[in-house]
Design a protein around this ligand. Structure first.
Ligand code: MG
Length: 260
C-alpha cells in the first residue's frame, strides 16, 4: 500500500514537471531591472570601410544576401543607398559564411515610428545564423529611445542573455551604429562545446557588451543552449511586429584569425 502511494506520488511529480515544462513563457526570461544608464552618444561619424573589409552592403544592391527561407533573392528594398526591411519577405542572411570577425553596421529607426516595447522598431543582427527563422545569436536592434522594455531585450542587448552596459540610443530618424567583435563558439569533432561564443559590442561609440560569454543561442522562450555548427552566415531580422520597418547602410566585416 505504502509503495503504491510512493509510486503514485512520483508519477504525480512527473506530471507536474511535464506541465511546468509545457507552460514555459516568454516572460520567464525577461529581466526588467536594473535599467542601464541612459548615456547620450556623440554624433555618428560616417567612415568608409577599411581596405581589407568585405563589404556586405554599400548602398548599391543585395548581391551579398539571400532570403533565409529559400536562399532565393533577398526581398528587401534598396533605395537611395539605403536598405529597408521588407517584413513580408522575412529574414535575410549573407551568402558567405564567417567564423570570427569584426563587423560594422549602421541602422535607423524611422522618425515616424509607432508602437511600444518590443513592437517598436524591432529588428536584429544575428552574429551567426544557425538555421531558419531566428536561429542563432541575436544582438537586439530596437527603438530604445524612451521606450521601456525588458532590459535584456533593449537595443544593444544580447537577446535575453546580457543587457547592455548603457542605453546609447539615438532618437528615431537618426542613424546609429554597432561595431561588433564576434568570437564564434568552438565545437569538437563529436559536437561537444569546446569554448563558448564571446562578443563585444560598441553602440554609437559606447561599449555596451564587454567580451561577454554566451550561454548558447538566443531564444525567445526557455534557456539558451548550444548546438554544434561551423562557419555561418550573418543574418538580419524582419521582425513581425506591425511598426514601420527600419533601415540599414554601410555594412562591412573583417575576418579575424581564430584565437589559439
Ligand atoms: Mg529583434
Amino acid at each position: 500500500m505504502k509503495r503504491n502511494v510512493v509510486i503514485l506520488t512520483a508519477l504525480a511529480a512527473v506530471a507536474v514537471g511535464t506541465a511546468a515544462a509545457a507552460q514555459l513563457l516568454p516572460k520567464d526570461t525577461e529581466v526588467w531591472s536594473p535599467e542601464p544608464p541612459v548615456t547620450p552618444p556623440g554624433p555618428l561619424v560616417a567612415a568608409p570601410p577599411p581596405a581589407d573589409a568585405i563589404v556586405l552592403f554599400d548602398g548599391a544592391n543585395l548581391d551579398q544576401w539571400v532570403a533565409v527561407k529559400d536562399k532565393g533573392p533577398a526581398g528587401w528594398t534598396v533605395a537611395d543607398g539605403v536598405l529597408t526591411v521588407n517584413k513580408a519577405a522575412g529574414n535575410i542572411e549573407t551568402k558567405r559564411s564567417f567564423r570570427d570577425y569584426q563587423l560594422h553596421i549602421e541602422w535607423r529607426v524611422p522618425a515616424d515610428i509607432t508602437g511600444a516595447g518590443q513592437a517598436r522598431g524591432n529588428s536584429g543582427l544575428f552574429l551567426a545564423s544557425t538555421g531558419p527563422g531566428d536561429a542563432g545569436y541575436e544582438v537586439q536592434i530596437l527603438d530604445s529611445y524612451q521606450n521601456p522594455t525588458y532590459v535584456n531585450g533593449q537595443a544593444g542587448a544580447i537577446y535575453k542573455q546580457h543587457p547592455p552596459l548603457a542605453n546609447a540610443s539615438r532618437k528615431p530618424g537618426e542613424w546609429q551604429s554597432y561595431d561588433v567583435t564576434w568570437r564564434a563558439p568552438v565545437f569538437g569533432p563529436d559536437g561537444a562545446l569546446v569554448s563558448p561564443a564571446r562578443v563585444s559590442v560598441v553602440h554609437n561609440g559606447l561599449l555596451v557588451q564587454d567580451d561577454v560569454v554566451l550561454a548558447g543561442e538566443t531564444v525567445f522562450i526557455g534557456k539558451p543552449k548550444y548546438k554544434a555548427h561551423g562557419p555561418a552566415p550573418i543574418k538580419l531580422q524582419a521582425h513581425r511586429d506591425p511598426s514601420e520597418p527600419i533601415s540599414f547602410r554601410n555594412i562591412w566585416v573583417r575576418e579575424l584569425p581564430p584565437q589559439a
